[in-house]
Design a protein around this ligand. Structure first.
Ligand code: AMP
Length: 223
C-alpha cells in the first residue's frame, strides 16, 4: 500500500512542484484541490458557479465543498496506490472531516510535509509564476524560466503559458492572511499526531528541497 502524504505551506511554497516530483518518484497520484476547483470553474459546473467568487477574492471555498470534491477524487482507482495531496486540507475542520472519511475506509495519513518559506519570498515567487494549461508545468519567469516563452516547451509541449487570475499581488496578500489565520493551525494538528515533517525551504532551490523531503520519507518508510 502506497503512502498518503499531505503537503502544507503558504501559497507559492512549492507544493505543486514538489507534489509532481513526489508523485512521479513514489508512484503516487498527485491531487491538487486548487486544480480540481479551477476545472469546475472552467467547465461552468454548478460547483464552479458556487465557488468562483471565493477563489477570485483569494478566500477559501466552504469546507464541505472542498471535502466533497477532494474525497470524490481520492475514491478513484488511481489513488488506491497512495497519493500526495497539494492544497488540502486547508482548515482544521477539513482535516477532521477528512480523517473521519479515511477512518471509515480503514486508511490514515502517513506524513504531513510542511514547506516552510517566508511570506515575502513567496510573494516575489507568485507574481512571476506561470503555468501551462496543457501539461501542467509550473515556471517562474525569474527563477526557473520556460525554455521557449510564451510557449511551455517542456518535452515539446506547445501550451501557451498562463498566469493564474489569483496570482495578483493584492490577492496573494489576502491568500497569505487566510493561510495564517485558517490553514496554519493544521501544522499543529498534524504535529500533535506525530505526522509532521518540517522542511525549512528558505533560500533553497526545488532540487535541494526535494532531496530533503526524500530523505525524510525514506527514513519513514524504513522505520
Ligand atoms: P491553490 O491552487 O492550492 O493555491 O488554491 C487556489 C484557491 O482554491 C484557493 O485560494 C482557494 O480559494 C481554493 N482552494 C483550494 N484548495 C482549497 C481547500 N482545501 N479548501 C478551500 N479552498 C480551497
Amino acid at each position: 500500500m502506497g503512502l498518503r502524504i499531505v503537503l502544507l505551506g503558504v501559497p507559492g511554497a512549492g507544493k505543486g512542484t514538489q507534489g509532481k516530483r513526489l508523485s512521479q518518484a513514489y508512484g503516487l497520484a498527485h491531487v491538487a484541490s486548487g486544480d480540481i476547483l479551477r476545472k469546475h470553474i472552467a467547465r461552468g459546473s454548478e460547483i464552479g458557479l458556487a465557488i468562483s467568487e471565493f477563489m477570485e477574492d483569494g478566500h477559501l471555498v466552504p469546507d464541505d465543498l472542498a471535502c466533497a470534491v477532494v474525497e470524490e477524487r481520492l475514491a478513484q482507482s488511481d489513488c488506491a496506490q497512495g497519493y500526495v495531496l497539494d492544497g488540502f486540507p486547508r482548515s482544521v475542520p477539513q482535516a477532521r472531516q477528512w480523517d473521519q472519511w479515511l477512518a471509515q475506509r480503514g486508511e490514515h495519513v502517513d506524513a504531513a510535509v510542511n514547506l516552510d518559506v517566508p511570506d515575502d519570498i513567496v510573494v516575489a515567487r507568485i507574481v512571476d509564476r506561470r503555468t501551462c494549461p496543457v501539461c501542467g508545468a509550473i515556471y517562474n519567469l525569474r527563477f526557473s524560466p520556460p525554455p521557449a516563452p510564451p510557449n511551455c516547451g517542456k518535452a515539446g509541449c506547445n501550451g501557451i503559458l498562463e498566469r493564474r487570475d489569483d496570482d495578483d499581488e493584492t490577492i496573494i496578500r489576502e491568500r497569505l492572511r487566510v493561510y495564517h489565520e485558517t490553514t496554519k493551525p493544521i501544522i499543529d494538528y498534524y504535529g500533535q499526531q506525530g505526522l509532521l515533517i518540517r522542511i525549512p525551504s528558505d533560500g533553497l532551490g526545488p532540487d535541494a528541497v526535494y532531496r530533503k523531503i526524500e530523505d525524510k520519507l525514506n527514513a519513514l518508510e524504513s522505520a
